[in-house]
Ligand binder design. Structure first.
Ligand SMILES: [Zn+2]
Ligand SMILES: [Zn+2]
Length: 299
């Protein structure tokens, strides 16, 4: 049974029936294709969440908006909370976990996170919906093989995430990292879709209105990745299979979509890459990013 790796809840028959009906609707949408499809529901310090789906199931990566806002944004991309099989959290900061507890309880969905992430105050109410996730824990959820890797960030046990669909398509998410590490960059190789932090323009941060201490924190090795670092990092990750690069977690104070794109696009041009560049927005969902599927199957 697709998604069968998910533990059944107490009211298992109901949950199983709901999953079965979700599966039927996805098969109808996908026509049996084995590709992968994702949409950033929103990204930035005001909230982060991305939906990823294949014919086998559907994941939310981070749940940094209120439950109601998550539902609203899912609706905007043509999905509903009932489609979501599981939530994966990168870390406990509120802009990644804000709606996780309420979403889990309301929609009977498990939430995967590291031990450190669960110690965050926002997640104490998760109870029976909490599931362990970590670099040493092989994990399959909603038909995706999940790989997580540690990232340097000022949270308890933050991770980046790579999900691989049954058809072998891979999406990687690396936001909220202070610097590029060899371990993270090893994990992010051979992706079809890369969601990479491009938080700030160094000059804007330097001359901007943030207090000195906050500037230091953002630019530190446990803070956030700059546009320049994103560009250099992408240069190391580019491969022929990479179809989509999404710049994420842009600061609204210390960056602009045009600045971020201007820093990164030259890397794609210089390398002759056909990967498409998208800049994720804070206030509205981005387009569906599809790999391995017919283009008329997006919503
Ligand atoms: Zn964040
Ligand atoms: Zn964070």
């Amino acid at each position: 049974m697709p998604g069968g790796q998910l533990p059944l809840f107490g009211d298992g028959a109901l949950a199983a029936a709901a999953r079965e009906s979700k599966l039927h609707s996805r098969r109808r949408l996908d026509g049996g294709a084995d590709g992968l499809r994702a949409a950033v529901l929103g990204s930035g310090s005001g909230g982060n969440s991305t939906i990823v789906e294949s014919v086998d199931g559907c994941l939310l990566l981070d749940a940094g908006f209120s439950c109601r806002e998550l539902e609203r944004r899912l609706d905007l991309v043509g999905r509903s909370a009932a489609d979501v099989d599981a939530v994966l959290l990168t870390h406990e900061h509120e802009d990644h976990s804000r709606g996780a507890c309420r979403f889990a309880r309301r929609h009977q969905v498990p939430v995967y996170g590291t031990r450190g992430t669960y110690r965050g105050p926002q997640l104490r109410e998760l109870g029976r919906f909490a599931r362990p996730m970590g670099p040493a824990v092989p994990l399959t959820a909603a038909g995706f093989r999940i790989e997580v890797f540690p990232v340097p960030h000022d949270a308890r046990e933050p991770v980046g995430i790579v999900v691989e669909s049954g058809g072998g398509y891979r999406l990687g998410l690396a936001t909220d990292l202070g610097r590029r590490t060899a371990e993270a960059w090893r994990s992010l190789r051979d992706l079809d879709v890369l969601l990479l932090e491009s938080n700030h323009d160094l000059d804007m941060l330097r001359t901007g209105p943030y207090p000195w201490r906050l500037k230091e924190r953002v630019a530190s090795a446990r803070g956030h990745l700059s546009n320049e670092e994103a560009a250099a990092g992408l240069d190391e990750l580019l491969s022929d299979r990479l179809s989509w690069v999404v710049l994420c977690h842009l600061s609204e104070t210390n960056n602009s979509p045009a600045f971020a794109a201007a820093a990164v696009q030259p890397v794609l041009d210089r390398r002759g890459s056909s990967a498409k560049l998208v800049v994720a927005e804070q206030h509205r969902p981005g387009p569906w990013l599809e790999v391995g599927q017919r283009s008329d199957q997006g919503n």
